[in-house]
Design a protein around this ligand. Structure first.
Ligand code: GLU
Length: 487
């Protein structure tokens, strides 16, 4: 690890183009955990230099998603900070100035090639199966030629003048020394012809001005970093530390994509994954806390954070694992808190019902819940009787007439139960079976379906207690009626 005496400053730098991506959450989690581990600052910077793809709606969604996850930034576009503004579109003047500096020092040059020429060049390179990249035509222009073209208002870009020999290298915390041969590095455009910066220039200038000490980002940027290193050198600035995290992958090892996995953090939120479960899951993808411990809090991750436990190979995004974790988190919450999350999060349309009733129902389903949004589907029959076919009432190898007989006999027994509570109900049913010589499965299935409208449901007697005597008797009658009309 590179020793550093400066206070640690880390940034997440998402581009607001599209949905808030799980990949952003994953990298931001590592930014956050490392910054907090070092008692440093965590900065959020919006990289909206791509005018055609960036939207304010997307920026808002990213901020909301990261807040929901609890990855709160110390400086950012909405709260400001000592290096404001934190939105690149508000910093265009700065990049222009630095591009000019590079032109003056000879580390960059103006390129007047037209888009048509560049396209033709690329096509020819592809046809010859050569690596694509700028051929350096405008590197040879002398000062007078450049001035002439500028005077004639010829559109131009600014390109990085990559040394034609030697190599560029840097240390990656996870991967060690990474080196690239300079002739293989493209003369990257830094400033576009409309005066807008590219990612590379804006990113390096901002990381420097915002005093970022550790650049943590996904593996896909590994090949951009040598260009950045050359820029730091051209400016005469110290390099930050670089860390390239392994990319999240689909099962087939390709980079995680929406065709194979849900990628929007909003999707996970709307399904009712708990933020702490999603964070735990994302942490597990790239890191381990040791001793095969799979459930840990963000706080534990912060305390125990170290780069040597970051995995080098691409973690496979396994939704089953997330489902398992989410279920565990759901069950670890106190019932009142769990109910609060379901109601306040808008996961139920029964939020206006009495809390005590909802809590009673919740106790019966929390063992089976994977996500919060399942609550209504698992419990709908508590609130209104649901439609079902009369056939559902018939026990195995029996017919509707048999079901009607059971339900009728049960009606009398249930009528006489004095205390409508789980235990007396269960006892009454047991007596009923024993004294009448009924097989349990012949009795329980029709009763279960009559009461819950389903063949698979919450525990029967607890459910009957919650529904109450009147509702249960009414449902029993409805079931009897169904048998009769269908039979
Ligand atoms: N704007 C880049 C992104 O969207 C940031 C990459 C970096 O962290 O340097 O991923």
């Amino acid at each position: 690890m590179k020793p550093t005496s400066q206070p640690v400053r880390v940034r997440s730098a998402p581009s607001p183009t599209g949905v808030p991506h799980v990949g952003t959450a994953y990298v931001t989690l590592f930014d956050y955990a490392f910054a907090k581990h070092c008692e440093g600052r965590f900065v959020l910077r919006i990289e909206d230099t791509d005018r055609s793809r960036s939207t304010t709606g997307s920026e808002e969604a990213i901020l909301n998603a990261l807040s929901w996850l609890g990855l709160q930034w110390d400086e950012g576009p909405d709260i400001g900070g000592p290096h404001a503004p934190y939105r690149q579109s508000e910093r265009f003047g700065i990049y222009k100035k630095y591009a000019e500096r590079l032109l003056e020092s000879g580390s960059a040059y103006r390129c007047f090639c037209t888009p048509e020429r560049l396209a033709a060049m690329r096509k020819a390179q592809q046809a010859q199966k050569r690596p694509t990249g700028y051929d350096g035509l405008c590197r040879a222009l002398d000062t007078d030629e450049v001035q002439e073209k500028l005077d004639a208002d010829t559109p131009s870009t600014v390109r990085l003048k990559v040394p034609s020999e030697g190599q560029t290298q840097y240390e990656d915390y996870i991967r060690g020394t990474i080196s690239f041969k300079n002739p293989e590095i493209d003369d990257q455009v830094l400033l576009k012809s409309d005066g807008y910066p590219t990612y590379h220039l804006a990113n390096v200038v901002d990381d420097h001005l915002m005093k970022i000490t550790h650049v943590i980002r996904a593996e896909e940027w590994l090949t951009s970093t040598p260009k950045h290193v050359l820029l730091y050198k051209a400016f005469g600035w110290d390099l930050p530390a670089f860390i390239h995290l392994p990319l999240l992958r689909n099962k087939d090892k390709s980079k995680i994509s929406k065709r194979k996995n849900p990628v929007s953090i909003e999707w996970y939120r709307s399904k009712g994954y708990l933020p702490e479960a999603l964070l735990n899951f994302l942490a597990l993808m790239g890191w381990s806390i040791g001793e095969e411990k799979e459930m840990f809090t963000l706080q534990e991750m912060i305390q125990n954070f170290s780069w040597d436990r970051v995995k080098k190979s691409g973690p496979v995004f396994d939704l089953q694992k997330l489902d398992w974790l989410n279920g565990e988190y759901i069950r670890s919450l106190p019932p009142e808190e769990l109910l609060g999350r379901i109601v306040d999060g808008g996961y139920t349309s029964h939020g206006d019902r009495p809390g005590e009733l909802l809590l009673g129902i919740l106790q019966l389903v929390r063992e089976r819940m994977t996500t919060l949004s399942e609550f209504d589907a698992l419990t709908g029959f508590f609130f209104t009787a649901e439609p079902y076919d009369a056939d559902a009432l018939t026990p195995k190898k029996r017919d509707l007439a048999f079901a009607a007989k059971v339900l009728h006999a049960l009606g009398d027994t249930l009528e006489s139960v004095k205390q409508w509570e789980t235990e007396p109900l269960e006892e009454a049913l047991q007596d009923f079976c024993e004294s009448g010589g009924w097989k349990r499965r012949d009795v329980y299935m029709p009763l279960r379906v009559a009461i819950t409208c389903r063949r698979v449901s919450t525990p029967l007697f607890e459910t009957m207690e919650i529904l109450g005597r009147d509702e249960c008797m009414q449902r029993l009658n409805t079931a009897l009626e169904k048998c009769r009309t269908a039979g």
